[in-house]
Every structure is written in C-alpha cells, then in structure tokens.
Design a protein around this ligand. Structure first.
Ligand code: FAD
Length: 413
C-alpha cells in the first residue's frame, strides 16, 4: 500500500468542499482540495439563509461578506398568483442577533473567496484538476485518480470527501443517487441589470412569486445592480408548448404581474440557463475511507434557499468527524465515523423537505398556518432561517397534513 500523503482529499471547491478543507486545516490536518474549474466561475445559488452566519464566523470570512457590497437580505416575501404581496417576513422580528441579516451573494466572487480562504488557512488547493475516479483497496477508498494540466495523476489520503456538487461523482459511480419522485422540477434562470428594487429595508429581499401549476419565480437582488431571476416548475408544465428556454421564460414573466413590473425598467443580461433533475438524495452518505457532502449527497428544491447552508454546515460536520476519527485511529477513517453526520444531515433535509412539500400544496398558506398553530411560530421561524439541526417534531407533525409524499420511503432511504 502507498502511504498516504494527506489526511484528507476534498474533491470540489464549492461551499461544501471549501468549508470541509478550511475546518480540517484549522484542525491542523493535512488536506488537499482538487477543483476542476479555475475560479472565479459562474454558479447558481445566490440567496443565503441567516444561520450561515455561524459557519462564516468559524471560517473567519464575515469581514469579507460585510465589505463585499452584497445586498443585505433582511427578509423573504411571497407574492400570490393574484399578485397579492405578503407582509415581508423580517428575520430581525424574531432573532435578536447579528445573524438576522444575511447576504445575497454573487457566487463567482463568493466561491473564489472561500477557496482562497481555505488555502490561507493551510489547505493545499489545486485548480484545473478533474478527479475521474477513486482508488480503492478492497472496499476502502484510499485516494483519487485525476487529470491535471500536466497529465494524469494519483493522490493518496486516509479519507476522500466527495464535494463535487450536482455532478455527485461517487453517488453516480456507486448507483446511490435516487431522484425525489415528488419534486420533479426544472429551473430556467438568468440575470437582468437595472431592474426594480423595493425601497429601504426591502432592497435586498428575496421575493418568491407563485405562478400557476405549482411553480414560482425567484427574484434576488445582487451586487452591481444585477438581479438574478428564475422560474421553477414541473417539467411538463414549462415544456408544454416549446422547449425554447427564452420563449418559456418570457411567457412566464408576461403572466406574472409582480415579476413583469419589476423587470420592466431592466435590461436582459443573460445568458439563459436551464437546470433539470432537480431533487435527489444518495442512499448513504459514507463508506470506508470516504463520505459525500453538500449537493454530492443530496439536492433539495431551492425554494427556501437551503442549499449553500447545508453545504456549509455539512462541511463543518464532516471535517469534525474526520478530525475525531483520526484522533482515535491515525491511519484509517471507516464509514461509521460519519454516522452522526449522516443522521444530522438527513434530519435537516427531512425537515426542509417537509416545508418544501407544504409550499407546493395548494391548501398551504403561511399566514393561515400560523393562525391555526400560533405556538408553532418559533419552530417555523427556526426552519426558515436554517435552525433545523434540532428537534422540530411538533412542527413536522403539523405540516404532515400538507406534505404527503407519493413515496413513503424516499426520505428514509
Ligand atoms: C436553480 C437553483 C437555484 C438555487 N438557488 C439557491 C439559493 O438561492 N440559495 C442556496 O443556498 N442554494 C441555492 N441552490 C443550491 C446551491 O446552488 C447548492 O446547494 C450549492 O452550490 C451546493 O454547494 P456544493 O459545494 O455542494 O456544490 P457546488 O457549489 O456545485 O460545488 C461543487 C464543485 O465541485 C467541482 N467539481 C465537480 N466535479 C468535479 C471533479 N470530478 N473533480 C474536481 N472538481 C469537481 C465543481 O467544479 C464545483 O466547483 C440552487 C440550486 C439550483 C439548481
């Protein structure tokens, strides 16, 4: 056996990978991060959840965020299909802490900063290195095989962290990836400049505007007068007349008064992008010598902006689990080291998923839900800001009326 050069190899330098690598380096572990692209590169997923603040504090990047010019997000608001705008849901009304305000981030800049921070904290970061496969001894993963600018290369480590995002390198290789049968959506999205922003505190708000047939628009104000706008709905609904993304997008804008009015003074910046294969989860999060984190483990419909938060939090949990495992046994990290991580992330995903399923239930309405269950308001706030790594059973029980799944075992697999 080759003696491993690194304690850990992290594959992918998005929020999950950068967080894992940074925390491992902070634990004085020898970590190599391999990223296929050269940053900055475009990425969707710009609206943060308030509880990302605590990971940013741990990573030491709060100052960058505060000085980045990223619009402050104090709230989320919902617009009904008839054009009625809800009272903005201000986080500071229930949270007396700095984390009540979060940011709308341009991912190209944010991800580059996170990767540079990982390197500054001691991780070895290589860009333009595409990992093709893992190296194994028996059932245990012991390294990776990659293509670099200089040709093929192999790297050895005690553990490999798959943070390859929606590529889901290992879940695909192992046939662990399962589509969520209830959330078969696609998204069509783009950028505008000079589009309308609401005044004052609401300038950086995320707006979710419902469209017919269980769909919605996001409207996310970004730095430099850019707005990110996207429509999410069932594939069959959006593709009913044409598969031309621009035609579909324009058609849906035309039918959604709030979005139409806000985009009216703006200029289309493009390009138009499409993402399919929306929600999925791997059947397991780890094995001997490896684990999956962030979108490489699971992706959930983005209506509550949970993706980056779960990537950050998952990165912390995975790095701490590896550090603890290597403290016990200096040479190998077995799959059971990740049991706690997997349990916590599944719990968080199940909680968010129930909220997402309720959102798509035509009978569900936030205002009416709180009127019916006033005692559950704090738990609902917890879920919406990302405080889901705790017991939310009373809330989940009440939501279960609205979130009946076609598949009883999807979340449990
Ligand atoms: C339409 C849509 C809207 C969204 N909106 C939001 C939102 O508003 N808020 C939010 O929080 N989340 C949102 N998300 C989710 C968010 O984008 C993801 O959850 C988040 O980026 C996950 O981070 P990650 O680090 O797991 O993966 P990624 O950010 O995708 O990073 C993975 C990295 O791995 C690299 N990589 C892949 N394969 C390899 C390989 N073989 N070798 C080396 N490197 C590799 C990639 O280049 C990439 O840089 C949205 C997602 C979609 C699809």
């Amino acid at each position: 056996m080759n003696s491993p050069t690194y304690d850990a190899i992290v594959v992918g330098g998005g929020p999950a990978g950068a967080t894992t690598a940074t925390v491992l380096a902070q634990h004085n572990r020898r970590v190599l991060l391999l990223e296929r692209e050269v940053f900055p590169r475009y990425h969707v997923g710009e609206s943060l959840m308030p509880r990302t603040w605590f990971t940013f504090e741990r990573l030491g990047v709060l100052d960058w965020l505060k000085q980045s010019g990223s619009p402050l997000k104090h709230s989320v608001q919902f617009v009904s299909t008839s054009g009625k705008v809800s009272q903005p849901f201000y986080f500071f009304k229930t949270i007396e802490h700095e984390y009540a305000s979060t940011w709308q981030i341009l991912r190209s800049d944010f991800d580059k900063m996170m990767l540079e921070n990982a390197a500054a904290k001691g991780a070895e970061v290589h860009q333009a290195v595409a990992v093709r496969d893992v190296l194994t001894e028996g059932n245990r993963v012991v390294g990776v095989r990659a293509d670099t600018a200089k040709g093929p290369a192999t790297y050895h480590a005690k553990v490999v962290v798959d943070a390859t995002g929606r590529d889901a390198l290992l879940a695909s290789r192992l046939d662990w990836k399962r589509r969520d049968p209830d959330l078969n959506k696609i998204a069509i999205f783009t950028y505008f400049t000079g589009a309308l922003r609401d005044p004052g505190l609401d300038e950086g708000a995320t707006t979710v505007a419902y469209i017919e047939n269980k769909g919605w628009f996001w409207y996310i104000p970004l730095v430099n007068d850019v707005v990110s706008v996207g429509v999410v709905a069932e594939r069959d609904y959006l593709y009913r007349d044409t598969r031309d993304p621009e035609a579909i997008f324009c058609d849906e804008v035309e039918n959604c008064q709030w979005i139409r009015e806000h985009l009216a003074p703006g200029t289309y910046k493009g390009p138009m992008r499409v993402t399919g294969e929306f929600s999925y989860r791997a059947t397991a999060a780890a094995g001997d010598g490896f684990c999956l984190v962030g979108d490489a483990f699971s992706f959930l419909d983005p209506v509550f902006s949970s993706g980056v938060y779960l990537a950050l939090k998952g990165g912390e949990l995975v790095a701490d689990a590896i550090h603890a495992a290597l403290d016990k046994d200096h040479e190998v990290v077995t799959g059971d080291a990740f049991e706690g991580y997997e349990r916590e992330v599944r719990h968080a995903l199940d909680s968010f998923r129930q909220l997402v399923m309720s959102f798509y239930d035509p009978r569900f309405n936030f205002g009416e839900f709180i009127t019916k269950y006033p005692d559950l308001q704090p738990q609902l706030v917890d879920a919406l800001v990302g405080n889901v790594f705790k017991d939310l059973q009373p809330l989940l029980d009440a939501l279960s009326d609205y979130s009946k799944s076609q598949s009883t075992d999807f979340a449990a697999t």
